[in-house]
Design a binder for this molecule. Structure first.
Ligand SMILES: *Cc1c(COP(=O)(O)O)cnc(C)c1O
Length: 432
């Protein structure tokens, strides 16, 4: 369910015409639908209404602070994976006591910042990290609440780059080492063990792997409570898939019902970490056709968005539905590669794709770009990052201005100035 729809061949975002936004703000342009974002958040949150729970939106899916703010006002918590995401989440108004901190490589600085903010808990991924958190907490004369992220060794049947719950992945603590890890954690002075955590992968289109993982976690839960551990939180991660093409992922309701059944009678607060399922279909990327060209019998459509704007096709070979923003007359279909301006052969948005014939200045729309789109973008090839617009009914708000050339060098220029001012002698010598 989303609020991007064609009326007589003209794509609308809620009550706003997409092509008009593209003309007003330029391209490439990310457009989000507020209504869609909130509906998706509600769908997940309501799915778990039957059990005490916190829905911790996975900030890395889309970290724009305006979107985080909307979710905060709806009561969302956050799942973060860096100090930068902590900064964003707090600035957006997400309360620290609804923030969980995941990731295999937390630095001492990030741990300190999170303790300082008073986050709900760390999801700890290794024994060394556990010891590091304990040390930092002691230095701050506090204790850190932790869950251990367990790697349940289930195959989520998804792309290998977004599968995280297999033994061969770098994530989590292997199930067979879990008890030992909990016993170590209990002995560490700066640590308070409060939960069990897992996250097995992303873009999951079946429930079975999620429920298999839950079953394994519950087995561990019973072992731990028998040993006297007070486990108060069970974090089952995120990962629910969305429809990019023809996928038919389960509705959050089905996930919620199955989880509620499995948790019956347990005195526990559930945490979920949904990202893609909330933001993915709440956003589109609009790009302008620059040129078309034929190399032998291949047709290329060159557009002004590249892999620096939307990396998923390049990184995962991911499929995004692509269509023209305006089709007032029926256009013949052609097969083309849709490619960006970046100097890399891997810079494509679609390959061998059937699309309507397009001409320079037409707008193409890349659907399902709300998650892992802007948040994975870069300035590669010194391309200022795209603007982002939030549509709410007939209204829209610019929530990130287009970057400028000045933005490209803002962090470098003062250093260059200093280098020139100091008139570094040894550099002069090298240049001679
Ligand atoms: C990326 C991530 C998520 C969110 O995954 P989605 O597939 O976007 O729902 C949740 N938890 C952790 C630990 C993650 O790394």
């Amino acid at each position: 369910m989303n609020h991007f729809y064609y009326i007589h061949g003209v794509l609308n975002a809620e009550g706003t015409i997409v092509a008009e936004l593209a003309l007003q703000y330029g391209t490439p342009l990310y457009i989000y639908s507020a209504k869609t974002l909130i509906q998706h958040y509600d769908a997940v949150d309501n799915a778990f209404a039957g059990v005490p729970h916190i829905t911790c939106y996975s900030v890395k899916a889309n970290s724009n602070i305006a979107l985080l703010h909307l979710l905060a006002r709806r009561g969302a918590g956050a799942d973060i994976v860096s100090g930068g995401e902590l900064f964003r989440a707090l600035r957006a108004g997400i309360p620290a006591e609804r923030i969980v901190f995941s990731g295999v490589g937390k630095t001492s600085k990030e741990i300190r910042e999170a303790l300082h903010a008073g986050i709900l808990m760390f999801n700890v991924e290794s024994l060394m990290e556990l010891e590091r958190i304990s040390e930092v907490a002691q230095q701050l004369k506090t204790t850190a609440r932790v869950s251990l992220r367990i790697n349940p060794d289930v195959d989520p049947n998804t792309h290998p780059y977004i599968s995280t719950g297999l033994r061969e992945n770098k994530f989590g603590i292997p199930m067979e080492d879990a008890l030992e890890a909990y016993e170590l954690a209990a002995k560490l002075p700066g640590i308070e063990v409060v939960g069990i955590d897992c996250h097995i992968g992303s873009q999951l289109t079946q429930l079975a792997p999620l429920l298999d993982a839950l079953e394994r976690l519950l087995h561990l839960y019973h072992q731990l409570t028998a040993k006297g551990f007070a486990i108060r939180y069970l974090d089952i991660g995120g990962g629910l898939g969305i429809t990019y093409d023809t996928e038919e992922p389960p509705h959050p309701k089905e996930w919620g019902a199955a989880v509620a059944k499995a948790l019956e009678g347990l005195d526990i607060t559930l945490i979920t970490e949904p990202g893609r399922v909330i933001a993915g279909n709440a956003g589109i990327l609009v790009t302008e056709v620059l040129y078309t060209k034929h190399n032998k019998d291949k047709l290329f459509v060159v557009v002004d968005a590249g892999m620096n704007d939307l990396m998923r096709p390049t990184l995962y070979g991911a499929y995004h539905r692509i269509h023209v923003a305006t089709e007032i007359y029926k256009r013949p279909m052609v097969k083309a590669d849709i490619v960006g301006p970046i100097c890399e052969s891997g810079d494509f948005l679609a390959k061998d794709r059937e699309i309507p014939v397009v001409f320079p200045r037409n707008f193409l729309v890349i659907f399902s770009a709300g998650a892992y789109g802007m948040s994975m973008s870069s300035q590669y090839n010194s391309r200022p990052r795209a603007a982002e617009v939030l549509v709410h009914g007939e209204f829209h708000t610019l929530i990130r201005r287009r970057e400028t050339y000045e933005d490209l060098i803002a962090a470098e220029e003062p250093c260059l100035d200093e280098m020139i001012r100091d008139d570094l002698e040894h550099i002069e010598r090298i240049l001679r």
